[in-house]
Design a protein around this ligand. Sequence first.
Ligand code: ADP
Length: 400
Amino acid sequence: MTAHEIRPKQLRALLLLLVIVPLIPAALMIRFMRETLRSEQLTAMDRLQQLHAETLRTALRNVHPQEEASESTRAEALIQSVERLADQSITARVINSAGSVLAGKPDPWGQPIAQASTQTLPGATVQLHLAGQWVLDDVIADQRRALAQVGVLTIFSVLSIAAIAAWTVHRQIAIRDLKSTSVATVAHELRTPLASIRMLVDTLREGRYRSDTQLREYLDLVASENERLTRLSETFLTYSRLDRKTDLFVKTSVHVNAFIDRAVAQLHPRLPSSNFTKDIPSSLPSVRGDLDALTQVITNLLDNALKYSEPPARIQLIARALNNKVSISIADEGIGIPESEHEAIFEPFYQVDHKLSRRREGCGLGLSIVKEIVAAHGGSIDVRSAPGKGTIFTVNLPTA
Ligand code: ADP
């Protein structure tokens, strides 16, 4: 681990923080919204008062002095000036110092929301009133809508930022976990054949065998464990080459039979002819690809079909041509794969059930190699499977 890398425990703590911390601003926002809504009547009144104080100031500025006119004419001019600026949510009246109404609505609703004296009519006061409760209700409804929009937007932004951050950290944890799982898997896969070779060689060195037949048997076992190690190192090398994209495929026109036959021949000792059937029409078109790489695709899929099913389960290979594509399906009647795992099995080092996979040879690279090769050939792979029923992998390759 480099000095800059975060430890797994720190990552988990960070993940927890990222989940908890955004809840604080979200909770504060909810509280703020609740309190604001509670005091909404006051706020609405406040807003209307500010708004109409301004309306009144402007209206009074706009009235021309009419020194010769009568008191009621000047009061009417004031009312008209207000009405020019205000809408029907406002009513206005002018009262003199004794409280008598000189012009405007004689019995308005509620308390005045703005009032001011004017030089045009000394001693008189111009008052603005709301037209009714509905004006206040409309403003409250508007306020509510705006507040709800801002609130929802704030909460949504905070939670989405937190979700993105949490997802990033979560991915870091997953990559880290995968790294340590991969190292453990590789170490385990290497240790098993090495340990049995060691044990067999020790047995032979100490002469602990009863007959030439047993000697031969032990040597065969050493050879088969050696083959297993070779297969493993080839898998690691292929994976690493594909990962670094250094392996350029040599593509030619390849007949489907060519790579299928090679793969079947490679697995021949383990592929009992009684349980294996092959259905390939002779008229199949060729595909454009790398013979070795395509052989590996079929080998890996057949190898899995063998590993994850118990004899006498049948294994079928069917190839068909369809719309400029050749599709090759490999079906087994083995343990199957739960639907939730259908995507993950193509990830490097991923194994559905580690305990179960450990009992079988493999390190979780087979399908990721298959996927890379198929993609590099412009093809696709899909899986249909149900636990306890079996699995069908289908590879689609464009024709040459
Ligand atoms: P492995 O080396 O573990 O077989 P693969 O990448 O080939 O790795 O496969 C990934 C996992 O997918 C396996 O560990 C196994 O759990 C599951 N799997 C692959 N093929 C089959 C199959 N035919 N039947 C059931 N499970 C399968």
